[in-house]
Write a protein that binds this ligand. Sequence first.
Ligand SMILES: [Zn+2]
Length: 335
Amino acid sequence: MRALVLAALVAAPLAAADAPPAVDYTAERAVIARYQDANQRLQDAGWRLARGNAPFCPRVIPAIGLQVQDMASYGGPDVARAALGLTRDFAVNVAAAGSPAALSGAVTRNREIVRLEGLDPNDWPVTPPIDWTRTARAHDHIDAMLAEHGGITIAFAGGTEARVAAVEVCASRFDLFADPDPDIVDRIYADGKRVWFGLASPNFAYAEPEFAAAVAHELAHNVLGHDAWLDRNGRKPKHVRLIEREADRLLPWLLANAGYDPEAGVRWMTRWGKEHDSGFKRRRTHDGWDERADMIAAEVPLVRAALATEGKADWARHFRREIDPAGGLLPRAKR
Ligand SMILES: [Zn+2]
């Protein structure tokens, strides 16, 4: 699934390298900007949620809120490079609002990167076009440096450097994809390690708190260990229904810790349900949208009570699980 999604990411709209010479760079820049604007929204909401809930997540990692881009990943690397005014291939893609990368002031969109803590990612082998291996390698390298040193030095074209110190966030990445298949590119999902948003997701039309609720639903799947639980226990409709309920019910908790109105989860489900719930098709794995909205709403007073008494929505202590997250693991003696 991931390989398919990555292969198509922002490849389609760009002209191929051997296309006719009259490249409309203004249009190419607009395509990239539209993709980056959507990515900015996803990274901003994802950062707030992953940062605000770090005290309660079972696994946290050091992060700086930076996504890089590699021209080799585009469908037309030469066109993309010229459109963005780069000499080589690596540049800042997005710095999440409020993240150490954004607060540094140095990590700005499309700024050319020449070194990541001693290594120049432009020197790594790659087979353009539409090759994502260096992008993934750069993010893995950044994560490794942050885990090892608590920060990373980023050098930009022109000789400027920025040292960015990491903070802890819930262990999940957020990725935007632009699959050319219209039946795929409007989807959102979580795979245990990442939250995936398709560029055509209807959620991008929503105001920020409701958009964040959609991100929070997918993040909930990752922080509650749903993918691994389904792997161990089977993806039967009744199992999917349980984990979907948990993801919905955790929404107000995640939103509150990120500084959003916990009611936004109810508004998101109500709007999404009225516009998109096709009823019977999803009914075996998901409750109806009105029942889902009611279940989200029922958590809001619990969240408000926790905020009033403890100043935080500690879902690690107070959230009622629908599944045993360790369920399906072999008993210790039999391992
Ligand atoms: Zn879900």
